[in-house]
Design a protein around this ligand. Sequence first.
Ligand SMILES: Nc1nc2c(ncn2[C@@H]2O[C@H](COP(=O)(O)OP(=O)(O)OP(=O)(O)O)[C@@H](O)[C@H]2O)c(=O)[nH]1
Length: 669
Amino acid sequence: MLTFVGRGWGCARALAPRATGASLLVVPGSRPALTFGAARESWATDRLYSAADLKEKLDMSRFPVENIRNFSIIAHVDHGKSTLADRLLELTGTIDKTKNNKQVLDKLQVERERGITVKAQTASLFHNYEGKQYLLNLIDTPGHVDFSYEVSRSLAACQGVLLVVDANEGIQAQTVANFFLAFEAQLSVIPVINKIDLKNADPERVENQIEKVFDIPSDECIKISAKLGTNVESVLQAVIERIPPPKVHRKNPLRALVFDSTFDHYRGVVANVALFDGVVSKGDKIVSAHTQKTYEVNEVGVLNPNEQPTHKLYAGQVGYLIAGMKDVTEAQIGDTLHLHKQPVEPLPGFKSAKPMVFAGIYPVDQSEYNNLKSAIEKLTLNDSSVTIHRDSSLALGAGWRLGFLGLLHMEVFNQRLEQEYNASVILTTPTVPYKAVLSSSKLIKEYREKEITIINPAQFPDKSKVTEYLEPVVLGTIITPDEYTGKIMMLCQARRAVQKNMMFIDQNRVMLKYLFPLNEIVVDFYDSLKSLSSGYASFDYEDAGYQTAELVKMDILLNGNTVEELVTVVHKDKAHSIGKAMCERLKDCLPRQLFEIAIQASIGSKIIARETVKAYRKNVLAKCYGGDITRKMKLLKRQAEGKKKLRKIGNIEVPKDTFIKVLKTQSSK
Ligand SMILES: Nc1nc2c(ncn2[C@@H]2O[C@H](COP(=O)(O)OP(=O)(O)OP(=O)(O)O)[C@@H](O)[C@H]2O)c(=O)[nH]1
């Protein structure tokens, strides 16, 4: 199937390599000169076409349900999902294998810069196997814990998964978490041991781990090198032989699940759909079960990996649909689309994502409010796991409080806002959703409930009005080589964690389970774990409810003015050390100014830490000896640009990235 008509791929470029794909069965003879529409339906159904023909004609009726496999690749970070996806795309002729393809499905700039997958991506592969033409819909998913919501959504469109495990590192924390997501969704799991080319690869050890932890017989593991392409054909073969076709009915009325969507500046909402029943064609009138609004389908197609319009999509297939939805709120992920006047029982949809971290987001300049609003709306359409609440602050003006699945998720969202929407924002201290049980009847009346959730530390109620505070906790899984266990246990203890379980998954690897207060792991636990285990330990966590905690609100002041971005809620026992660390860090990060700056941490009116930044005159022109006026102008311009990245607190100018730097010290103390 090779797509190549979409942006970035030339048709001609696609033709040659496709026909040479290793396991493709190319039918000799001339290709029928057919076009879209009625004529294409007249393709001989008993004839086996080459992938090149299939791609060119894209008659999706040629793929009966029994010849469709919908599968996902899941794995721990860096175990090689995207590399395996590249090889599968090449092997089926979907992309040109003579090119140096690297993480073709990682399309976002942020993914390429960070070398991680953030968004799940879909690709339809056409593959001829044992005399039959198959449509293999592959969904590449992210590995990092912050993006597991993407994984669980993708799995709703699949019947099976390739569980990729690195032959050297073995099972890691996200391998376990992702396996259970697939297991709970009752999908077929094909274990794939990757990187067997590495010098230290030990595939037999990994086979044993897989058998011990997942109860999958070791002879079901496929050993490959995605990098070199070794044995990757067996993976395709297993996808066809071991994953069942979807259970769907084409004769029933249309039932399409929107499992992802993106916003295109020109065409509006592009919805990724999986068809559970029926057929959808260009020109059909469809209805959103969620909003009950009716639309006309302007375009349907498949992604391989770029958009390739088709005439129709049939039940069992996965593709995209554009139907003139101009407003981002119209395309709800998890929504069911059906034909006009043919209502259906909506599909179950998805559990909404549970945000773990909240942060305030404000435009640097209030005149940018509307632009930022539209950018956030479009980006959240593409990333529905972000929750939005309107918010405002005296110092920062009107803005929002956004909920993220973790700190990496927050950083990636911020980076995407800047890169894809050219937005410049102020982010406040991330905080976890605390709860308070109110004792003050006035407050209970005001909130209309006794137990409130606080996602903005500025609104943290005073102890005198509260019976108890509660903090969110998570059940963390750590997998580590045995030699680091002692150090890791000390780290967990310092983070107020309680050990729940410990098990050897092989002779020298341990799996530890701990109950952690979420705020102790949100910012930098992962970095600390990695550095004390020389990068070998891995970590994943799942929600485990709430526990009582002694919490206090801490302010950071600059010359007596509260820094809104840094208001934070901390555990009482840690207030002093965190306050001190934040002041010290702020001292290191703050550029000196023309006057002295007092940095203080306070709880209520009580100052618990203090640092001072000495006065200093920063004159960029001092660097400019000689009388070159253009150079002087350049330096002044650069200084003016730098000012845009500053925030004024009282009369103190603070670079915006200071706040994130300061926060990174917070939970390590
Ligand atoms: N030696 C060797 N390296 C491999 C192999 N497969 C992947 N890699 C390398 O491992 C690194 C991670 O590969 P990716 O394909 O990006 O891993 P991923 O699982 O998609 O990573 P995330 O998307 O961040 O979760 C890259 O540097 C690859 O080149 C392999 O078979 N052998």
